[in-house]
Design a protein around this ligand. Structure first.
Ligand SMILES: [Fe+2]
Length: 258
């Protein structure tokens, strides 16, 4: 499997604290079938407390440690880029990084509210030749309130990355129900761990969502979310995705409380 969202670099953001944490997380990932992890430190933390040069060095250093431990797993470099009005300029300046040097970029929308610059910034990013991959839309208020906004972005050529734990309810019943709705509407392209710790709800165990996701999209499509599609992204290939479906009847989330 290929994991495109992970806070695995030590001491950069709120994920791994030490190189030992990094190696432990890599071990858990390798043991559960992950081959490549895209390290995606938060852009803000890199800009304010570190640097692109430093995280590039960290990737080299951590890969050596992971290999020395006998794990068949490699880290490549990306970034979780929060969306703000500066993003297009930061891309230009090389401080907002795409995914493994590809045309794809992991972009995190504001968690709360729906600032009026969102559409404009995403459009500018697309004009820069970049395909946004929207990080965990199921946890973003604007999409929780209006899934059609997400469908609209996908229609315009954007991709989405849902967090594996959301599929199985690690972020609550409500997020799970929203995730299910997104799956039913073909609005989920990739599952990723968004790992922060070696264990717990944000562990590097990427496979945890496959079975639940396959109930909505079928086994092949669910596997593609952790293998074919993230692999194509990391290799900078183009690929086709299923068209979004129209609104489906969905049970309201409070009916899931039992
Ligand atoms: Fe993240």
């Amino acid at each position: 499997m290929y994991d495109i969202h992970a806070h695995i670099l030590p001491g950069v953001d709120d994920g791994a604290k030490t190189p030992e944490d990094t190696v432990k997380m890599a071990q858990v990932a390798a043991d559960t079938g992950t081959k490549i992890i895209l390290a995606t430190p938060h852009r803000k933390d890199v800009t304010e407390g570190s640097s692109v040069a430093h995280i590039r060095e960290l990737i080299e250093d951590m890969n050596e440690r992971i290999t020395a431990q006998g794990n068949d797993l490699k880290l490549v470099l990306g970034m979780e880029n929060h969306l703000d009005v500066d993003l297009p300029d930061e891309i230009e300046a090389g401080r907002a990084l795409p995914m493994n040097g590809s045309r794809y970029m992991l972009i995190e929308m504001p968690f709360f509210g729906r600032p009026n610059y969102i559409e404009d910034v995403l459009f500018k990013v697309q004009l820069q030749g970049i395909t946004p991959v929207l990080a965990h839309p199921e946890r973003i208020e604007a999409f929780q309130h209006d899934i059609d906004l997400l469908a609209n972005f996908v229609e315009r050529g954007m991709l989405t990355q849902v967090t594996a734990g959301s599929v199985i309810g690690f972020f609550g019943k409500r997020v799970q129900a929203i995730t299910n709705n997104m799956l039913q509407r073909n609005l989920v392209h990739v599952l990723a761990s968004d790992t922060h710790f070696p264990d717990g709800p944000r562990s590097p165990k990427l496979g945890i969502g496959i079975n639940s996701a396959s109930k909505f999209v079928g086994q092949d499509a669910a596997m593609a979310m952790v293998v074919n599609t993230p692999k194509a992204i990391l290799e900078d290939s183009s690929f086709e995705v299923a068209r979004p479906r129209e609104r489906v009847a969905v049970r309201r989330w409070w009916k899931f409380w039992g």
